[in-house]
Design a protein around this ligand. Structure first.
Ligand code: NAD
Length: 476
């Protein structure tokens, strides 16, 4: 079956078809997907512009009911959608189902947000005049997403965009059109009026670029790499679009001498290697104080060696394959670089399994320093640099010595160290005795420095990006 794009409420096929391939078994084609082009974006924007005003003016109950129905439909199909996600992206089935549940929770949260409207009514400084401050929809939002969270990231952008009365042009990453297509179909079947959500599967260089330059789009929410994001923000400025970027990370996990060793190992393994290290919040720098260093490394290596790498759908698998050949090649070149820079590399071998896939063992880079390229650049694979430091002060300095600032963690039993770390960390999210990855859906998500740009995502903070403020003065 050919999966078409959703444009102006119609499912539109295309002669340009691409294959969605399973990274656990490259002989397995997940599906055929129609590729849209830049003209399709123009048609989608016209439909979105026509549909959006009525949606913004509809009762909040109408918007609530559609988002709630979508959340319920996703939850009801969590096993099937989770399986599709694991098949197209390669994270384990448990992770795929977990991400799908998260998407359902996000839709239900924003269904509730439709009804939890906020505003202010205050006195003017002019006698008898009242001031009313409200939020309104922006109009048409471009949503551009990466491959590593194929359903949760689209959900946490599309749900608030629709909640606050906007229309959406949605371009998923080309590696994962499957979940995107299912999400569009679920919203269509949930009764979303025609034209409000447009799905345009296609390359970033044509379809993505058209979204960014189209004068009829008022804002772009992007998650992806720093290079793409920075170029996109410059382009958005030319047409005065509001822009929100969520990008890379080089997230530190600090392990202090007084940490509980088992906790430190388990949060490090989880943060560095789960989802094959392909998370913007992955712990790619493990910063360990010297007294605990050797004991930590010994336990970490044992835990890492015992991780089962395999087919994402095999219930025994803990680490799925790398997403595709390009990412695998990039990982291999970083392994070589780690050796050239003087690290002892443990792990990282390419593995063969029953079916042809992009399998790689997780790796640690022992004896790394924070100024090596492998400790400064985002690799996006199942790798972690182990950086030995003298004490907490040095650990904190090293943790902050990075171009990124998404998530930062510390393992310690000292309330004092944890408090200082929370205050002085230059990251958007701080974790104490918890993995750097793994966040809630009802609170703000985002980072600092090169990791993020623009207002926070998720929770009620999402309103900042997806709405515009109006200040009204009313005289009797
Ligand atoms: P990417 O930047 O290559 O692509 C992201 C999206 O942008 C894709 O849909 C792509 O088609 C599109 N795109 C590419 N060129 C474009 C252009 N010129 N104009 C418009 N759109 C364009 O990123 P990726 O490889 O899909 O994802 C991996 C990256 O995403 C990593 O750097 C990771 O850290 C980051 N990420 C960040 C977060 C976060 O919330 N901070 C979450 C997940 C992933």
């Amino acid at each position: 079956m050919m999966h078409a794009n959703l444009i102006g409420g119609e499912w539109v096929e295309s002669p340009d078809v691409m294959l969605n391939v399973n990274p656990s078994n490259t002989d397995d084609v997940v599906g055929e997907y129609a590729r849209a082009d830049a003209n399709a974006v123009d048609t989608a924007v016209a439909a979105a512009q026509a549909a959006q005003p009525a949606w913004a003016e509809a009762s909040p109950q109408v918007r609530h009911d559609v988002l709630d129905a979508a959340g319920t439909a996703i939850m009801a199909r969590k096993e099937e959608l989770g399986r599709l996600l694991s098949r197209e992206e390669g994270k384990t089935l448990a992770e795929g189902i977990g991400e799908t549940v998260r998407a359902a929770q996000v839709f239900r949260f924003f269904a509730g947000e439709c009804l939890r409207q906020r505003g202010e009514k205050i006195d003017s400084v002019r006698p008898g005049v009242e001031v009313e401050i409200t939020r309104e929809a922006l109009g048409v939002i471009g949503i551009i997403t990466p491959w590593n969270f194929p359903i949760a990231i689209p959900a946490w952008k599309i749900a608030p965009a629709l909640c606050y009365g906007n229309a959406v042009i949605f371009k998923p990453a080309e590696l994962v059109p499957g979940c995107a297509w299912e999400l569009a179909r679920i919203l269509d079947e949930a009764g979303l009026p025609k034209g409000l959500l447009n799905l345009v599967i296609g390359p970033g260089s044509s379809v993505g670029a058209r979204i960014v330059e189209h004068p009829g789009i008022h804002a772009v929410s992007f998650t992806g790499s720093v290079t793409t994001g920075q170029a996109l923000a410059v382009k958005c400025a030319e047409t005065q679009k509001k822009v929100q970027l969520e990008m890379g990370g080089k997230n530190p996990m600090v392990i202090l001498d007084d940490a509980d060793l088992d906790t430190a190992v388990s949060v490090s393994v989880n943060g560095a290697f789960f989802s094959t290290g392909q998370r913007c919040t992955a712990s790619s720098r493990l910063i360990v104080t010297e007294k605990i260093h050797d004991a930590f490394v010994e336990k970490l290596l044992a835990a890492t060696n015992s991780l089962r790498v395999g087919d994402a759908l095999d219930p025994e698998t803990q680490i799925g394959p790398v997403v595709d050949k390009n990412q695998l090649n990039q990982n291999v070149s970083y392994l070589e670089l780690a050796r050239e820079e003087g690290c002892e590399v443990v792990g990282g071998e390419l593995l063969e399994r029953e079916h042809p896939g992009h399998y790689q063992a997780p790796a640690v880079f022992l004896g790394a320093s924070n100024d090596m390229r492998v400790s400064r650049e985002e690799i996006f694979g199942p790798f972690a640099s182990i950086i030995k430091v003298r004490d907490f002060d040095e650990a904190l300095r090293v943790a902050n010595d990075t171009d990124f600032g998404l998530s930062a963690g510390i393992c310690t039993n000292s309330l004092k160290a944890a408090s200082i770390f929370r205050r002085k960390s230059q990251a958007g999210m701080v974790m104490v005795n918890l993995p750097t990855a793994g966040v809630d859906y009802h609170v703000p998500f985002g980072g600092r420095k090169h990791s993020s740009y623009g207002p926070r995502e998720q929770g009620s903070y999402a309103a900042e990006f997806y709405t515009v403020v109006k200040t009204a003065y009313i005289a009797p």
